[in-house]
Design a protein around this ligand. Structure first.
Ligand code: NAD
Length: 732
């Protein structure tokens, strides 16, 4: 055999071990070369009489994260090329054959006549978990890091290497569907309890356990290859089976709003596959897989959530000529809501933190937040007491600015007040060295203005986190007029160290993310004032693919904050810059009714002590007109809610705030949950086509006002048939 990605050895009992350990990679992935080697291993095991069975395990810290998605991107490109050269039919056939290679390979492994066992520690996801499902035995380590699952849906795909068929033959159908719709990662014990794996043992006993099983079961077959095999939820057309499908359809709609073709394909592949013998069922799955691979949703999601995200994480925007910074000590000034979170993620990354507030009590309170977060992790079994002690040991909470001496970077998260910020900038710069970088977490104050208070504007940059800091993946890095490349490099190195994803934007009011999401909230407010029933507004947001409706979202970020931002915009840019209807609504909500949002349990919703939140009935009295729900066009509401965000993204791109479509897209999905199936704000426009988008904007502008008027660049793109990605490529 000619192997570079596996080590292969056979012990004196005739049990082989294939250790998957790809050179030069921290994580094993499935690539065409890997598939070729696995094929050789299967032939060797099947053909060598001395070998009784084979364990597949990993030589890395984890089993594997699954397939290399760029391989699938390559397949799509091949299709386009073939379709052009040889016609659609030849391209389709070749696409189908290529896209089912992995599925056939796994089936070959499963039926080669010798048993295979997967010994799994750490992450085992997607195509890698599908490999283990084709093994007759799966044993996983009891380690907290061990997870199995099929997360393909998260990038617009579905498990196309046997996953839909094998999982639905191992688990109750409802559970299998749920697991694949959600793309859940399942820990060791629940995986065993639901029948996905056979055993859970300590890590050091994994391979021995798998070998014992192979020795005891030399004739093992997959359960579905036994003629007496019965489906866990019984036959489809049985009373029990019929209990499953009507609710399954409802769950599908509830979870996806029919926005994800891949989720619909899961439902169809399982429904059809369970009525067929396994080989035919796998073929049905392959047909759906080939179809899904060609959808624009899969293409856009793979591009934004896999390829672009990886590129941004690896420093696509980092100035290459600045050597990597060796960040050791980071200051955080302001230990409130945001500062406490920033201190936590920084200490979590192993960096020393100096957490400064006005007095010791406030600083300690900020540090206590870290104590609470790690304690929650300990309760969930994800951390140990020693981890908490070590993490807290890295946070020095103090009221003394002098403690900031020696910091490589200081992030400021004090009150959103230019005077307070100016004072803090002066105090921090008096304490830190001349090369240290100063980052401001302001959400509304232009960084260039703040940098005027700095003696070293080259070292001054915006580092904008989203709340809650420990959960939100996005960080916006804002370049002020005079920000230098060393500051940018340091900020990006910091974001990478704390394992978040950065986008780099130029300075403007609201930067990028808040401008787009602010429009989403405003559109909800305006719909309300037009007399659209609030429940329909909220539903339209969710059906459009947003994580929550605009009114709900406003409650989360605070209604008074929206009012404050509106007033500040009016003060700076004049009457014309704000919408009168929105101003009236916010003034009544905040000033007349004291409805500030979730924080005081009174916002667009009521938040009763017991039971779920409910829309506040008083909203009806704030509105002069009440539209008949039957007269409201739901599709138009959905368009308004997405178009207003995408259009704002287009404006930021034209203004040079966002300079790379990848950042606009990735930032929109991970920053404010913009309909992930679209691939992000600019992909949404590209997928619709600039001409169609401009037409839609113009129709909405005619009916609802100037705010929908398309910007110049978009109109030009529509005329010239350009796209953001096409144009960006041309420019590169
Ligand atoms: P907060 O009121 O919870 O915390 C501010 C902290 O700063 C308080 O602990 C206060 O004691 C401290 N502080 C005030 N003056 C100080 C001084 N002179 N020296 C040291 N500490 C001082 O506010 P927050 O919500 O954490 O917001 C902080 C910053 O983060 C603001 O600029 C805000 O715009 C920005 N931001 C907030 C959010 C959010 O969702 N809350 C999101 C992104 C960015």
């Amino acid at each position: 055999m000619n192997l570079t990605n596996f080590r292969f050895e056979t012990d004196s009992d005739g049990i082989a071990t294939a250790t998957w350990d790809m050179p030069g990679r921290s994580m094993n992935v499935i690539t065409p070369e890997l598939m070729g080697e696995l094929d050789q291993i299967i032939d060797k095991v099947a053909g060598d009489e001395a070998i009784k069975g084979c364990v597949i395990t990993s030589g890395k810290e984890s089993f594997s994260g699954g397939a290399d998605l760029t391989m699938l991107q390559g397949l799509r490109d091949l299709f386009v090329k073939l379709a052009k050269e040889k016609g659609e039919q030849v391209a389709m056939q070749s696409f189908f054959d290529e896209s089912r290679k992995l599925s056939l390979l796994y089936r070959k492994l499963e039926t080669c006549g010798k048993p295979f066992a997967a010994a799994i520690h750490g992450i085992c996801l997607g195509g890698a978990f599908e490999l283990s499902l084709a093994c007759q035995y799966r044993v996983v380590s009891d380690d907290a890091s061990t997870r199995v699952g099929l997360p393909e849906i998260k990038v617009g795909l579905f498990p196309g290497a046997g996953g839909t068929q094998r999982v639905s033959r191992l688990m109750q159908t409802g559970d299998a569907l749920q697991m694949m719709f959600k793309g859940e990662q399942i820990k060791a014990l629940p995986a065993r309890n639901t029948g996905l794996v056979h055993a859970v043992v300590p890590r050091d006993q994994l391979v021995a356990n798998a070998k014992e099983w192979l020795k005891a079961n030399p004739q093992a077959k997959a359960p579905w290859d036994d003629p007496k095999f019965k489906l866990p939820s019984n036959k489809l057309y049985s009373p029990a089976g019929m209990q499953i499908w009507p609710p399954a359809n409802a769950i599908y709609r509830r979870e996806t709003n029919d926005n994800y073709p891949a989720a619909r394909a899961i439902l169809s592949a399982v429904y059809e596959g369970l009525q067929l013998p396994i080989d035919l069922a796998l073929k049905v799955e392959s047909r759906y897989f080939a179809k899904i691979l060609r959808t624009k949703e899969a293409a856009s999601m793979i591009r934004s959530l896999f390829v672009s995200m990886q590129e941004l994480n690896k420093g696509a925007r980092r100035p290459a000529d600045v050597p990597p910074s060796r960040l050791k000590k980071v200051g955080v000034v302001g230990a409130g809501f945001m500062g406490a979170g920033i201190a936590y993620v920084t200490a979590q990354a192993g960096l020393e933190v100096v957490l400064v507030d006005r007095d010791q009590e406030a600083a300690d309170k900020g540090k206590a937040y870290s104590h609470k977060l790690v304690s929650d992790q300990i309760m969930k079994g994800r951390a140990k007491t020693a981890d908490r002690d070590a993490l807290l040991g890295r946070i020095n909470a103090t009221a003394d600015y002098a403690a900031l001496k020696g910091c490589d970077l200081v992030v400021e998260a004090v009150f959103e007040d230019p005077k307070v910020k100016a004072e803090v900038i002066a105090k921090v710069e008096a304490a830190i060295g001349p090369k240290a970088i100063f980052g401001s977490n302001t959400s509304t104050l232009p960084i260039t203005g703040l940098a005027e208070h700095s003696g070293r504007p080259k070292n001054f940059i915006g580092i904008h986190f989203f709340s809650p800091v420990e959960k939100m993946l996005l960080v916006e890095i804002i370049m002020a007029k005079k920000t230098g490349k060393k500051a940018l490099a340091m900020a990006l190195d910091f974001v990478r160290a704390i394992k978040k994803t950065p986008i780099v934007v130029n300075d403007t009011r609201g930067f990028y993310a808040n401008r787009c999401v602010g429009n989403y909230i405003r559109e909800g407010h305006l719909m309300l004032m037009e007399g659209v029933p609030p429940a329909m507004i909220e539903q339209a947001g969710k059906q459009a693919g947003m994580p929550v409706g605009p009114l709900s979202l406003n409650d989360e970020v605070a209604v008074d904050l929206a009012y404050k931002v509106l007033k500040a915009t009016k003060a700076q840019l004049g009457e014309g810059a704000v919408d009168r209807a929105q101003e009236k609504l916010l003034a009544e909500m905040v000033e007349t009714h004291g409805r500030l949002g979730r924080k005081n349990k009174k916002g667009f919703y009521d938040y009763p002590e017991a039971g779920p939140k409910r829309l506040w009935p008083g909203l009806a009295d704030l509105v002069a007109t009440h539209l008949d729900p039957e007269s409201v066009d739901m599709q138009e509401l959905k368009h308004r809610l997405l178009v207003t965000q995408a259009l704002e993204a287009a404006r930021t791109y034209e203004e040079g705030v966002v300079t790379d479509p990848r950042e606009a897209d990735v930032g929109s999905i991970i920053g404010f949950g913009f309909a992930p199936y679209s691939g992000g704000t600019l992909s949404y426009i590209d997928n619709m086509g600039a001409a169609a988008f401009v037409k839609l904007c113009e129709a909405l502008a005619k009916k609802h006002g100037e705010r929908f008027k398309p910007n110049k660049q978009l109109k030009r793109m529509a005329k010239m048939g350009e796209s953001y990605y096409g144009t960006a490529k041309k420019a590169a």
